[in-house]
Write a protein that binds this ligand. Structure first.
Ligand code: BDP
Length: 325
């Protein structure tokens, strides 16, 4: 009798636990180095709102913006370890640890934003996304996001290669980027984005390179830079990834819903991006930043050996990118 009571007690407890597990709410931890209103962050926050609405609050996303969870190197490691569930990160550090997807870090590979979009929306984008998922990174690829084109952010105007000679410039952690800047005669230094402001201000570095939105939100004008020299040397997309550990625990329906909402976030970010570039450009102009139209050809020529150096590794991808109309 006693035993039977114990057994039925255990069974009811197990049933209770099972039902509370199925009703349990899951909050996915998301991270971005950018502030909450930045296009990438805003798109993921909106994705979370939709996820929550479509699952009656069973699944939701809690965004930690502005680098609260660390810089990109740190958050990438946390996502790989499963301590961050959803991460928006630049392909620069991703390519730094997974060289086979580093083709997007090559200098002057895209003709313009339309070309980049066609590449991301076509076979190359699908292939590289799949490579991320299939790699040992421990991440599931969910989508691409725009980061525009990257130009020089300097204290003195740069119009020619001679103006860039010996300039101490901050770069993200990616060997191709470093090679490109050495080939252009600069003196590149790897720093986390959060350290750039102080390094510019104290003169540890002379320059940075980025898109208009990050120039604006990171306040580089206040740190002493006044020129945006439009070399547009890189067009490095961002990526949205999910921790593989957490993903494996989700039902296939939930996985499909998250994948679908991520695609919507990708599309939404593109729209937000274009608006934000305009807004940042206006603000930078009001702050006195001079936008310099640079003759790009000498910069393209100077980086030819870098494209050559990596051409064996990326030959078919580079060809596919070039052939994309
Ligand atoms: C921004 C990217 C961000 C990078 C940052 C950087 O959106 O992911 O961390 O540049 O330069 O454009 O580190």
């Amino acid at each position: 009798m006693k035993n039977r009571n114990v057994i039925s007690g255990i069974i009811s407890l197990a049933l209770l636990m099972a039902s509370s597990v199925s009703m349990a709410k899951t909050v996915f931890i998301a991270s971005d180095v950018h502030p909450a209103d930045y296009p990438t962050t805003a798109a993921v926050i909106h994705m979370g709102d939709k996820l929550s609405a479509q699952t009656d609050g069973r699944l939701s996303i809690k965004m930690f913006p502005s680098g609260q969870m660390g810089d990109e190197g740190a958050t990438l490691e946390k996502a790989r370890a499963g301590a961050i569930d959803i991460l928006r990160v630049s392909m620069a550090p991703v390519g730094g640890i997974l060289p086979e997807v580093s083709v997007f870090n090559m200098p002057f590979v895209f003709r313009d934003m339309d070309h980049l979009h066609h590449v991301l929306d076509g076979d190359v984008g699908t292939q590289l996304g799949q490579k991320i998922t299939d790699s040992n990174l421990g991440l599931i690829f969910l989508g691409w996001m725009d980061a525009g084109s990257i130009s020089l952010i300097t204290k003195k105007p740069v119009k020619t290669l001679a103006d860039l000679k010996g300039v101490k410039i901050r770069l993200q952690n990616n060997p191709i980027g470093l090679d490109a800047f050495k080939a252009m005669g600069a003196n590149p230094v790897v720093l986390a984005v959060g350290d750039v402001f102080a390094s510019l201000q104290t003169g540890v570095i002379d320059a940075a390179e980025n898109n208009e939105p990050t120039f604006d939100t990171e306040n580089y004008v206040v740190a002493g830079t006044q020129y945006f020299d439009r070399t547009e040397h890189f067009m490095i997309p961002e990526v949205l990834v999910f921790s593989k550990k957490k993903w494996a625990k989700l039902s296939s329906d939930d996985q499909a819903l998250i994948a679908k909402l991520a695609k919507e976030a990708q599309a939404e970010e593109r729209v937000l991006w274009a608006q934000y570039v305009e807004k940042s450009t206006n603000k930078l102009q009001q702050q006195g930043v001079q936008f310099i139209d640079v003759d790009k050809q000498p910069f393209v020529d100077a980086t030819a050996p870098v494209r050559e150096k990596y051409s064996q590794q990326f030959s078919s991808l580079m060809q596919a990118i070039q052939n994309t109309r």
